[in-house]
Design a protein around this ligand. Structure first.
Ligand code: NDP
Ligand code: MG
Length: 384
């Protein structure tokens, strides 16, 4: 039996993880969960899975839960409780599925434990890839990606001793809800339209990132760190059907891809499997009459891709600035302060104006994040 700590249990990835655990109760046990505010969902989860611990990040929600809940699990709150929980010897697997930069704290601690991390929170790698990967290497922590493209690459590389024979890796992008639209046609799209992803059901931040294609650029940076390859190996390709999740091409001409219908339970089940693959109820691909298409990453979003490539090459504060600018821009769009196309303006201008600096520890990441958010908010103010 493997004991699981699920960080971000009340979110979209959290729900997919719970579904996989539910179908494999003889092998997987939900030992503890974390969330921010959604205590009613935490109650529901607790009734079904009886975790031993519930970490509630938001102070107010924590107090409310403590006074109102008849739940038997221990509710905990505060940084030292979080750290103690992550290091709890009973835990075998830590699933990092908090959304955004808020996921960094727990992921960075998890990387020091020597346990196995299943990683969905790409923002922690974009902002702290060097530190997290080096902590993981020195503590013996294994990181298995569950972002579908990275899990696909991981599966395509299985059995290969190294990436030395890889000649190219294609990261596929669905193209999001505005697949056939040029950037200048997106000025007046609403948040309801932007949140409506054609293939995947996800949290609001990543849904907007998919609509802007920022998600793919964050994934390029995530891939560079997780597979320790130069950005030149990665190509971004639009594949509207979201059936092929990535392709690895080897120097002998073989290209290996991983395919499934778009359902996050598939990469999660793969990452949770041990000696044997897990059994889950999934919708098999119907290959008869299946048409798959591939297009170039849109020319009018190349500037965004180039910034992501620059982040891969420069490291240090560049990923923190990009991530903070994007998080401020997405939040401002969701609060009707800027239009959809102004998300790009906030990213480009913040990336241009914020000073780059060397980053050697987690504290300086938090400082740079605060500074970059202030710069991004200035841009939002100047254009809204
Ligand atoms: P959601 O917005 O659906 O869920 C976010 C989760 O994080 C919620 O449980 C939320 O709690 C919790 N949370 C937020 N802030 C904190 C905090 N400070 N401490 C503890 N918990 C916190 O996000 P998604 O599930 O969509 O995405 C999660 C991550 O996975 C993101 O990094 C995303 O990029 C990545 N990912 C998601 C995919 C998807 O299909 N959704 C696919 C691939 C990657 P509460 O509910 O209380 O607010
Ligand atoms: Mg993805």
């Amino acid at each position: 039996m493997k004991n699981i700590l699920l960080l971000g249990a009340t979110g979209s990835i959290g729900q997919s993880v719970l579904s996989v655990i539910d179908q494999n109760k003889d092998l997987l046990n939900l030992y503890a969960i974390t969330l921010d505010k959604n205590i009613s969902k935490a109650e529901e989860i607790s009734k079904i899975f009886s975790p031993d611990y519930i970490y509630i990040n938001c102070e107010k929600s924590f107090s409310k839960f403590n006074t109102e809940s008849k739940n038997k699990a221990s509710a905990i709150n505060g940084s030292s409780d979080l750290s103690n929980l992550i290091f709890d010897d009973n835990i075998d697997i830590i699933i990092s599925a908090v959304s955004g930069f808020a996921g960094l704290e727990a992921t960075a601690i998890a990387a020091k434990t020597g346990k196995t991390i299943l990683l969905a929170n790409k923002e922690s790698i974009v902002t702290a890839g060097e530190i997290i990967l080096s902590s993981a290497a020195s503590s013996g922590t294994t990181i298995i990606p569950i972002d579908s493209e990275h899990n696909a690459i991981f599966q395509c590389l299985a059995g290969e001793k190294s990436t030395n024979d890889v000649s190219k890796i294609i990261i596929t992008a669905s193209g999001g809800p505005f697949l056939d639209k040029k950037l200048d046609e997106l000025k007046n799209v609403t948040k309801e339209e932007a949140l409506k992803h054609p293939n995947w059901s996800m949290g609001s931040k990543i849904s907007i990132d998919s609509a802007t294609l920022v998600n793919k650029c964050l994934e390029l940076i995530e891939a560079k760190y997780l597979f320790d390859l130069d950005e030149k190996f990665f190509e971004l390709v639009v594949h509207p059907q979201s059936i092929i999740h990535s392709i690895v091409t080897y120097r002998d001409g073989s290209s290996i891809c991983q395919m499934s219908n778009p359902d996050m339970r598939v990469p999660i089940a793969h990452a949770l499997s041990n000696e044997r693959r897990l059994n889950i109820n999934f919708n098999e691909i119907n290959f008869s009459g299946l048409n798959l298409s591939f297009n170039d990453f849109p020319e009018d979003r190349k500037k965004l891709e180039n910034i992501a490539r620059e982040v891969c090459n420069k490291g240090h504060s560049s990923g923190i600035i990009l991530n903070a600018a994007n998080e401020v821009a997405v939040d401002s769009f969701l609060h009707d302060e800027i239009s959809f196309s102004q998300i790009y303006d906030v990213i480009y201008r913040t990336f241009d104006t914020t000073t780059m600096s060397n980053i050697n520890d987690i504290e300086s990441i938090y400082e740079k994040d605060i500074e970059s958010r202030m710069e991004a908010k200035k841009v939002v103010k100047s254009i809204s």
